[in-house]
Design a protein around this ligand. Structure first.
Ligand code: TRP
Length: 332
């Protein structure tokens, strides 16, 4: 069976805390992406343990993440959805690539510097070699494109450097991947500090709306959203709070900015915020319902994991055996 599509690889941390920023910026566009690329979505439990995890919680979140992605429209029949630790080739290639990655390169990774400042009591070797495992994820599938947030760009650049270095010694081993940073997707800002991006790890819960927040919580958070001292509902650089709400409303309703400005002409912020909250809650309700249905069906989720792991392993094995042969390991 010949698949002409280019390969897209995406790693997702096992966390159920995804925000409407993740939803509107990336997840919502997944089905479209599937038409264009052969997509791998990997829940990266091995990356997760570079910081301390509660085991029961990690396991639960692995199921939750998978359920949420499926609920958001990722079809496991059309995409390869799986869990990283179910495909041992990731860890195997990672060891090999460790030997083709320089200490100095890893020392320069800003995420390592940030995380070792944040977890000063646990600066383990895995935290340091995290980007090598990520490079292995990507390179195992001869990936063409890697959709990521801007914070992961440095890791994809390192992946390219490792692949180029390896290919220089052993030609034609890896495809060199391109990062793609979804620009078309809406950029959703914090509800409390609208000049900052909405972040799933924000300490102020009122700043973030999560895909799994219930209706009352969603409406309350929008009611408390920071605006400005005027009363006009208008998109403008000097009105970041109101502009952000307009963007969100537009994404959830499909209405254009000028339609929205007209709809709320002469009406106050209170009324507008309520409308945004309701539009958001209405749109997320079916996703949440589907999420709960899928999450309750553990056997189904495990069958998805199993099928995904088998599919992924098939492609991973091809690359790994090529690498092993090239570097001089005995393949039996
Ligand atoms: N490091 C990524 C993050 O923290 C997750 C990730 C792991 C990833 N492996 C990947 C992303 C491969 C893209 C490709 O978000």
């Amino acid at each position: 069976m010949l698949d002409e599509r280019k390969v897209s690889f995406s790693g997702v941390q096992p966390s159920g805390n995804l925000t409407i920023g993740n939803y509107l910026g990336a997840i919502k566009n997944f089905p479209e992406f599937t038409e264009k690329y052969k997509c791998f979505y990997c829940v990266v439990d091995e990356h997760a343990i570079t910081v301390r995890q509660n085991p029961a919680e990690l396991r639960r979140r692995t199921y939750e993440t998978l359920a949420l992605y499926i609920a958001c429209g990722l079809d496991p029949e059309k995409n390869t959805l799986y869990v990283q630790s179910h495909v041992p080739a990731h860890a195997e290639l990672s060891w090999i690539l460790n030997c083709y990655t320089m200490f100095g390169e890893l020392s320069r990774m800003t995420q390592f510097k940030d995380k070792s400042a944040k977890h000063a009591d646990n600066i383990n070797a895995g935290l340091f070699t995290y980007p090598v495992l990520m490079a292995s994820d990507i390179l195992l599938y001869q990936t063409d494109v890697v959709p990521i947030g801007i914070d992961q760009k440095q890791h994809v650049e390192l992946t390219r450097n490792i692949a180029e270095r390896f290919n220089q010694v052993f030609p034609d081993t890896f495809t060199i991947p391109e990062p793609i940073i979804p620009a078309a997707g809406a950029k959703i800002m914090s509800l409390q500090e609208p000049d900052k991006k909405m972040s799933k790890s924000d300490e102020n819960e009122n700043a973030v709306v999560r895909i799994l927040d219930d209706r009352d919580t969603i409406i309350r958070k929008f009611k408390r959203a920071v605006t400005d001292s005027e009363s006009e509902i208008r998109m403008s650089d000097d009105k970041p709070g109101v502009s952000n709400l307009i963007t969100i409303y537009s994404c959830f309703t499909g209405k254009t900015v000028s339609e929205i400005e007209k709809e709320f002409e002469g009406r106050g912020y209170g009324e507008f915020k309520l409308a945004v909250g309701e539009a958001c809650a209405n749109r997320l309700a079916p996703v949440q319902e589907e999420y709960r249905r899928i999450l309750a069906d553990k056997a189904y989720l495990e069958s998805v994991m199993k099928k995904g792991a088998e599919e992924a392993a098939y492609y991973a094995r091809k690359t790994l055996s090529k690498v092993r042969r090239k570097i001089g390991f005995v393949n039996l």
